[in-house]
Design a protein around this ligand. Structure first.
Ligand SMILES: [Zn+2]
Length: 418
């Protein structure tokens, strides 16, 4: 089977890196331009909310498409689409269409990002849109009251302030067309710029157009942002939960690929329906819960966080889980036969992953932005085969990163007992 994370890589003379996934399959093409300018750079001389405001403005007009949103309209009439998004470290622009208009798609996106035209009138409208957009994040950095509490009172996740992201009225009022022109020329040509290309296109032409850009070194100041414990053992009463939720978490303040891969594997192995010892214990044997949620987040600002949470029916179940969970985890991680079965299951079931170009690009982009390289399927599977079938390694990983002395615990009690 083809490794769906193998890209043709080319580093242009100006340092821009292009990653190309040729695919004759569905007759579609997608481009992504990733600029290393994001919320973390909104500091020093750069006003709060700048990266995001600039992204809004860049998407309006460009040299080849001087009418407002005319590139969007052209693409829409061809069934394609485009958009952009600003995150902590990067601003990303993407566009997709059928492959027959791939060259127009590239020209339009390239022109948008590198030759934008800013207008006073557009800025007045965008300012108001941004203020509206900022208001929908009432529970930032969470999605609701409870997750906000957990992310601020338990484990402080590496998340910028709302003002950093969107800017307040006074920040936005200080931005002008001159400011955007200066900001764009100062920030959009700094390395590392990544270009992701998937599907049919004239790749040589893409290399040529990018080669004409003059780039510079990235020495922009950044806002530091690290995960840390506020209250390592945190308890709260909430009227937003229906069940007794007990959760654990841990983190690393550095980006570490084996840590991400192994913690992801361990959590999923312990909790999945296939061979998960915790799933089997808590659901099949005890009937205490319906599902377990777990996950690992690798943040682009150099933190990897793992989390596991169990919504249980009553307090006595919580106490029993607290008492017994480590014994089950240790038993699961020490079981070489089941570990091998799990690795085998994953490798075989990977045939169902990466069904669209978009998915292929999402995963590659994530790995690129965090680790500076694309993790191939083959490399990931070799981690599973070597590290994740070795009980000795996994048990020492557990001791070092997940055992009771290391991890933090949160306990959320429903205000109205079920
Ligand atoms: Zn926005």
């Amino acid at each position: 089977m083809r490794d769906r994370q193998v890209f043709q890589e080319k580093i242009l003379e100006n340092g821009i890196k292009v990653f190309f996934y040729p695919d004759p399959g569905p007759g579609t093409t997608e481009f992504r331009i990733i600029i290393p300018f994001g919320t973390e750079h909104n500091t020093g001389n750069i006003l709060h909310g700048s990266a995001h405001a600039l992204e809004h403005m860049v998407c309006k007009r460009s040299k080849t498409y001087p009418e407002k949103r005319s590139f969007d309209c052209f693409l829409a009439s061809e069934g394609g689409s485009c958009n952009a998004c600003t995150n902590f470290r990067y601003t990303e622009y993407w566009a997709q269409s059928t492959s027959d208009i791939a060259s127009a798609l590239w020209e339009g996106l390239f022109d948008r990002v590198f030759n934008p035209i800013f207008s006073e009138q557009d800025w007045n409208t965008e300012k108001s849109i941004i203020q509206n957009e900022s208001k929908k994040n009432r529970f930032h950095p969470g999605q609701d009251e409870t997750s906000k509490l957990l992310k601020t009172e338990w484990l402080k996740v590496p998340s910028p302030e709302l003002r950093n992201i969107f800017g307040f009225g006074e920040d936005l009022n200080m931005m002008s067309i001159d400011y955007f022109n200066h900001l764009h020329s100062e920030t959009y040509f700094r390395l590392p710029v990544y270009i992701l290309v998937a599907g049919q296109c004239d790749i040589e032409h893409i290399y040529q157009s990018l080669s004409k850009l003059s780039t510079k070194k990235n020495n922009l100041e950044v806002i530091p942002n690290k995960a840390s414990w506020k209250n390592k053992n945190y308890q709260t009463v909430s009227n937003q939960v229906e069940r007794f939720v007990i959760g654990w978490s841990g983190f690393m303040n550095e980006i570490d690929l084996p840590f991400e891969v192994v913690s992801n594997f361990v959590l999923n192995y312990l909790t999945n329906k296939s061979f998960g010892i915790l799933h089997h214990w808590l659901r099949e044997e005890k009937g205490w819960l319906y599902s377990i949620s777990s996950g690992v987040n690798a943040w682009q600002n150099k933190n990897v966080i793992w989390a596991l949470s169990l919504p249980l029916s009553d307090e006595s179940a919580v106490n029993a889980v607290r008492k017994g969970i480590d014994e089950y985890i240790i038993r699961g991680l020490g079981d070489e036969k089941t570990l091998k079965k799990e690795v085998n299951r994953r490798i075989k079931s990977s045939v169902f992953s990466f069904q669209t170009l978009e998915k292929i690009l999402d995963v590659a982009q994530n790995s690129l932005c965090i680790y500076g390289r694309i993790l191939t399927e083959n490399k990931l599977q070799s981690y599973w085969r070597s590290l994740c079938t070795d009980p000795k390694y996994l048990l020492s990983f557990y001791e070092k990163h997940m055992s009771p002395q290391i991890r933090g615990e949160c306990y959320i009690i429903p205000a109205k007992a079920p």
